[in-house]
Design a protein around this ligand. Structure first.
Ligand code: ASP
Length: 583
């Protein structure tokens, strides 16, 4: 080994040991008679010291020629530091440098390799291997590794079996576009990369592997957003002989285990909220429950008072902001501007201040008396000093708008602490969702999700009302995962495909393999998949998943480091029969 220790481990107890360290030169400080070198590796930084008149002259000369990011091997004696640095694990000691050898030189890096780098996003992506040398990224990958190990430990303790499923498959209908791979040996035919191993994990249940999991890469050709990557990792799981509660309990166990092991946080029992309630109370199927501000509906007290905007609205609904009655005109205007942003699309915002002296001041004083506003306050359970914020309009739209305002108020009032975690289950999702573009119903989760037995009769009369045995895991307003109890009966699966607009032939063509399998003793089964990148980012207290993936793609789906997607040679295209050869 080219080292006896790492750069992150030497302590005061090691004083007088002669050690060999290898790493990258982070910084050289030359103060005339004294030279310090910060030597870095994955484990930390250790300070090396040279002193004119005492240290070897050749070593001093060599040190003066070092550049940033040179790779060196250093031999010396551990000594106690005069000026200790309590912020570093190795801050009590330094190395009295005896000799050093340059293992490799380096060009000057295009940005500083420090916690707060001066490099812009694009440059750092291009030189990702340099960016990854920085401690914040190193810590993110360490967290990722830790979470993957603990996930495996927990699932293993619960008799789950890790089984790999293929990457070259036939498309799975998860609702997104597939990435496809041409087959050279089967002219004109394509594989698809899996959007998830959904059908395979179900086939594993038929095969009797009653607890399966996999930390698996999935691929979706979607338009990208900050928290999306064309390839991402899921903790994918399936269980047989279970009902919804069994799946929820098992994965509630995983959530608690991970928080306890990795963050030292004990999570209480997860609330289970019905999808319809989540919309009514929070305007979102992924509510952030780190704070309250539940929606309060005001139709009965706010309509028929002559205020046309409210009278014409399907829904008048608001939230109570604790202690915000003192908001200035400017602050209120800012909130109004916020809800009017095109992405949110409200026409305006009505406010009512419950002043400390018990009086009310609202933006609709013309229409509402003090008595009326008192009734509002009663509904809101507001106290003097609070601010009531009210929106109105078409129910679905206005709930979405108010949900955005609620989150914004949560931000303004510092109620969304990234070190506080509130996970919950959202259950009883609708089975189907109407799609305006194609004018038909789509599976809200996926076509293998089972309808609730008690809602089956509605399937032909009122398909939009049918609830599914489907659930999402939500943490701090982020959808971390989702799953369902599956259909395991061929006829029901066939019926489902019909409702989704497939002819029997199309269903057989695409999913015959699954429906055939259902005829050979398919057990009742269900499962879940958790977005691993998002989970890691959440544990790391950040919104974007990009810095928790070693080599991510940029917003345009490109890897700017290896410069791909890229064109391929004509000969390759011809071989794949993707290019018409001109005569
Ligand atoms: N395959 C689903 C997904 O990727 C998860 C599941 O139903 O288990 O969202």
């Amino acid at each position: 080994m080219l080292r006896s220790h790492t750069c992150g481990e030497l302590k005061i107890e090691d004083v007088n040991k002669v050690v060999t360290l290898s790493g990258w030169v982070q910084k050289v400080r030359d103060k005339g008679g004294l030279i310090w070198i910060d030597l870095r590796d994955r484990y930390g930084i250790t300070q090396l010291l040279l002193e004119e008149g005492r240290s070897d002259i050749a070593t001093i000369d060599a040190a003066r020629k070092l550049g940033r990011e040179f790779v060196i091997q250093a031999v010396g004696k551990v000594i106690e530091r005069e000026a200790k640095n309590p912020n570093m694990t190795t801050g009590d000691i330094e190395i009295d440098l005896g000799s050093l050898e340059i293992l490799n030189s380096s060009l000057t890096p295009p940005f500083t390799i420090e916690d707060n780098t001066d490099g812009g996003e694009e440059l750092r992506m291009k030189y990702r291997y340099l960016d990854l040398r920085r401690q914040p990224l190193r810590k993110n990958l360490e967290l990722r590794n830790r979470l993957s190990i603990e996930t495996r430990k927990y699932l293993d303790s619960q008799q789950f079996f890790e089984i790999e499923t293929p990457y070259l498959i036939k498309s799975t209908p998860e609702g997104a576009r597939d990435f496809v791979v041409p087959s050279r040996m089967n002219e004109g035919q394509f594989y698809a990369l899996p959007q998830s191993p959904q059908t395979f994990k179900q086939l594993l249940m038929v095969a009797g592997y009653d607890r399966y999991y996999q930390l698996v890469r999935c691929f979706r050709d979607e338009d990208l957003r900050a928290d999306r990557q064309p390839e991402f990792t899921q903790i994918d799981c399936e269980m047989a002989f279970v009902e919804q509660d069994d799946v929820l309990n098992t994965f509630e166990g995983l959530v608690k285990y991970l928080f306890s092991k990795v963050k030292n946080i004990e999570i209480q029992e997860l609330p289970r909220i019905q999808y319809s309630d989540a919309l009514v109370y929070y305007g979102s199927d992924k509510p952030d429950l780190r704070f309250g501000m539940k929606f309060i509906e005001l139709n009965d007290v706010a309509q028929n008072k002559g205020f046309k905007v409210f009278d014409d609205a399907e829904l008048v609904v608001g939230i109570n902001a604790d202690g915000c009655a003192g908001y200035s005109r400017k602050e209120l205007d800012k909130l109004t501007d916020f809800v009017r942003k095109p992405q949110i699309g409200a026409l305006g915002l009505v406010y009512a201040k419950y002043n400390e002296d018990g009086t009310f001041k609202s933006s609709v004083d013309k229409f509402f008396s003090q008595e009326d506003l008192k009734e509002w306050a009663h509904k809101f359970n507001a106290k003097p000093g609070d601010l009531m914020l009210v929106l109105s309009g078409e129910a679905n739209k206005v709930r979405k708008q108010l949900s955005e305002l609620r989150l914004e108020m949560g931000n303004i009032l510092d109620l969304r602490d990234p070190n506080v975690f509130v996970p919950l289950w959202v259950v009883d999702f609708p089975l189907l969702e109407w799609d305006e573009d194609s004018h038909r119903y789509h599976a809200m989760h996926h076509p293998f999700t089972s309808p609730k037995a008690e809602d089956l009769a509605l399937l032909s009369t009122n398909p939009g009302e049918v609830r599914a045995n489907a659930y999402d895991l939500v943490i701090n307003g982020v959808e971390i995962g989702g799953g369902s109890i599956r259909i395991h009966d061929r006829n029901l699966q066939k019926l489902m495909f019909r409702h989704l607009g497939f002819t029997d032939e199309e269903a057989q063509e695409q999913f015959g393999f699954l429906m055939n399998a259902f005829e050979y003793g398919a057990p009742p089964h269900g499962g879940i998949a958790l977005g691993f990148d998002r989970l890691v980012a959440l544990f790391g207290g950040q919104d974007s998943i990009r810095d928790f993936i070693a080599f991510p793609k940029n917003n345009a789906g490109r890897d700017v480091m290896i410069d791909t997607p890229s064109v391929i040679a004509d000969s390759q295209l011809e071989e794949l029969k993707l290019k018409v050869v001109k005569e």
